[in-house]
Design a protein around this ligand. Structure first.
Ligand code: SF4
Length: 465
């Protein structure tokens, strides 16, 4: 092939030499008739703003259309001394604004994954693997959710080539809302997909618990009062025992004399009643009586009515003490069953949430301004709004521009990758034109919105923010 038919892509450090009719290593750029072309269209968000009625009460028939150019398909600034690919002038409520748009290449990035389940996924710090490669770890659990920290520069660049590539691929899929099966050392296999229920060891999780065992006691104590003599809410973290709990005391409940296993934290609240697992309330038990250590004959009485229930209401059993104070399983009364069903009703659907986190405080700032620290300060001073694919981001306090964004709020297929390996994230900085000029922005490269819309292949998406 003639040398002139090969184009060099310089949009990332890989510097692909692309033959005519072929795409580069990331499938985002191609050689089309000897020209380097970004294959995906530029994504532009539009929304119809609410029409304001005229003073005489007649509604205005037209719509105000707000338009935003996103970084999706925008190309990049690499090697970063160049101004951003699109620096777009527009007006918002009569104010001259500018949006600086680019596709950032992120080696320093990771995913925070929240999985709404009590089921045991794996011990804290355990390795999370795809294709046998470690791509992250289990981190601190939250209320009703297990948390994973995936990706990050160490897995992308600090291990073997395969570890980096597998990590990059898994992050790309999760960021683009696709499912990925994760295997956790010493724990479970879980299929994670943003916005979908987790599938733990082949079973789809339906419900997120209403609260911990103690909170469940607090919420439903009054509804159980008079119907049960004791309620034990089984939970891997905090198991609640109604008659001992402050809620039971407020209701003047008679002490029931049932001692559960584990470590008593405060009255009616017990830690570690069992090991973590896939059973009742995220424990490893399938028979709830396994957590009963003893029944005090001086306090308990024959005929005592006991409800044992999990924090989602998925598991529940009814017992009555016989003459020897041994619990006998029986038919749950309808009134008690109704409260168990109310626990389930109060559980939200179990979902996976995927938040992308990355540091935009590096060289891509040079595409915005000649004096990058001014962009950082402007973001911190709330003069510049950062968005990713038009979605709002959380900007971490402290140094740099470290952002976190919910991938579900971004348009589909927002993310790309390059084989260095690294993720490609669309990012936009929007601020007043006068502020942009003052921070040393690339004013000579500002173009009107209309000219961008005319000159590019555009994919319009609804602007939901
Ligand atoms: S991997 Fe993609 S962005 Fe990087 S040089 Fe090749 S075609 Fe260009």
């Amino acid at each position: 092939m003639a040398e002139e038919e090969v184009v060099r892509c310089d949009a990332c450090p890989v510097l692909c030499r692309i033959r005519k009719g072929q795409a580069g290593a990331c499938d985002r750029y191609a050689n089309v008739d000897g020209k380097l072309v970004r294959l995906d269209p530029l994504v532009v968000l539009q929304r119809a703003d609410k029409a304001v009625p005229f003073v005489d009460g007649q509604a205005w028939k037209g719509n105000f259309i707000s338009t935003m150019v996103t970084g999706i398909g925008a190309t990049t600034t690499y090697p970063d001394y160049k101004p951003a690919p699109f620096i777009v002038a527009s007006q918002a409520e009569g104010v001259d604004m500018v949006t600086v748009v680019t596709e950032g290449i992120f080696s320093y990035c990771g995913l925070k994954v929240k999985i709404d389940t009590d089921r045991f996924l794996g011990p804290e710090q355990a390795a999370v693997r795809v294709e046998g490669e470690q791509i992250g770890h289990v981190t601190t659990a939250e209320y009703g959710s297990q948390m994973l920290a995936l990706g990050g520069v160490r897995h992308l660049t600090g291990g073997s080539k395969k570890e980096g590539n597998v990590t990059c691929d898994a992050m790309l899929k999760l960021s683009n809302k696709e499912p990925v099966e994760l295997r956790i050392d010493g724990g479970s296999t879980v299929v994670v997909q943003a916005g979908a229920s987790p599938i733990v060891n082949g079973e789809r999780e339906e419900r997120m618990r209403v609260g911990c065992g103690s909170a469940t006691i607090g919420i439903f104590a009054r509804q159980w009062h008079g119907e049960c003599d004791e309620v034990i809410v089984v939970d891997d973290h905090i198991t609640g025992v109604l008659s001992e709990h402050q809620a039971g005391r407020f209701l003047d409940m008679r002490p029931a004399g049932i001692r559960v296993r584990g470590r008593k934290s405060t009255p009616g609240r017990y830690f570690k009643v069992a090991e973590p697992g896939l059973g009742w309330g995220g424990t490893n038990i399938s028979d709830p009586l396994d957590i009963v250590e003893k029944i005090d004959p001086k306090t308990a009485w024959p005929g005592m009515r006991i409800l044992m229930v999990s924090t989602t209401g998925e598991d529940a059993a009814w017992f009555v003490l016989n003459e020897k104070l041994i619990p006998e399983k029986g038919e749950m009364p309808a009134a008690v069953r109704a409260v168990v069903e109310r626990i389930a009703e109060n559980c939200e659907p179990a979902l996976c949430s995927v938040l992308f986190m990355g540091g935009a405080g590096g060289s891509l700032r040079a595409g915005v301004t000649e004096n990058p620290v001014r962009l950082t300060r402007s973001v911190k001073d709330l003069l510049t709004r950062v968005t990713c694919g038009g979605a709002p981001v959380y900007v971490w306090p402290g140094g740099g521009i470290t952002v976190m964004v919910d991938v579900l709020r971004m348009p589909d297929k927002s993310f790309g990758y390059v084989p260095t390996p690294a993720l490609v994230l669309p990012i936009e900085f929007t601020l007043r034109m006068d502020e942009y000029a003052a921070m040393g922005g690339h004013m000579a490269n500002v173009v009107p919105l209309e000219s961008v819309l005319k000159s590019q292949a555009i994919r319009y998406e609804p602007w939901q923010q």
